[in-house]
Design a binder for this molecule. Sequence first.
Ligand code: G6P
Length: 368
Amino acid sequence: EDAEKEGYEHFMLKEIHEQPKAIRETLMRRLDDDDQIKLDGISLTLEDLENFNKIYIVACGTAYHAGLVGKYAIEKMARVPVEVDVASEFRYRDPFVDDKTLFIAISQSGETLDTLAALREAKRKGARVLSIVNVVGSSVARESDDVFYTWAGPEIAVASTKAYTTQLVCMYLIALYMGKLKGTISKEYYAEMIAELKAIPEKVEKIIEKAGEVEELAKFLYNRDQVFFIGRGIDSAVAYEGSLKLKEVSYINSFAIAAGELKHGTIALMEPETIVIALASQDRLFDKMYSNIVEVKARLAHVVSIAKEGNTKIEQESTEVIYIPNCADEVTPLLTVIPLQLFAYYVARERDEDIDKPRNLAKSVTVE
Ligand code: G6P
């Protein structure tokens, strides 16, 4: 096992470090020399796309969080309504599925029973099934009409990292493919987004190079008993994933909420020194997010903000700021999640937890 860790103390850290490569691989396998998206055997014609009146994205755990980002991307780029659901809920609520539905299942292992059962239910009702899967030939892959593989390589740590970021890449590729074919995005926008995606691996590397800053923060905060994650828009989707990562490996009680909802309850929990991790990567929503940070800071919370480089205004209201390299708002989840993964990892390490095999959790849940 030590040999497979290639010198890293844990698989989780190794897999965090593998993300630039995994993202690049997942992206490049789907792009031809002219940067056009290759579907290689997947048949999604314009006629098919015009036939779909809605899309369901269904998954569990981290894969579900990738689906939340997928909703933003597909709705923005392909202009079709998308609903995201956890598989265990989808199955039992008699969803509106018929032959005008595209059902997208996301699963690292391809063996999660709830996801598989939801897929079968959707198929039975006539939906077209496309899956995003890491394990080649797994049950979800075999039972889908089409498969979009993530090229993350084997993921050993129970807490998912590189599977998530590669699932995001697939979501962006699907959204861009649909948008381009339907004409809901311009050629210029398509080219801009592909360039943004191609630049991501290097930017992820830059964040990982500064892991020491996150490690220092973890050394200072590891002993707290609760952490809040807030964000708006696509940042809220990443807040859920950051919170899940932290609780999975460190057992700290963490909670994520769309920042605009704070005032409807959760702000009651803010006290001096409460830890709030505030994702503020969206230019479009920056002022609104800034106001939320002011609100929690006024209750003397310890605010760790995550923002794009150069956005120094945020320092006025934050206790600490972690900067990510500049990029388009659409693709920030591929960057903002990295410091959150590192934070969860280093906090758990400070607490001396069994990082790769957290108590009560399984890598793949094959029971209901
Ligand atoms: C388990 C794992 C999670 C994972 C979820 C879904 O709970 O511990 O890391 O996100 O299952 O797994 P899947 O293989 O379907 O992506």
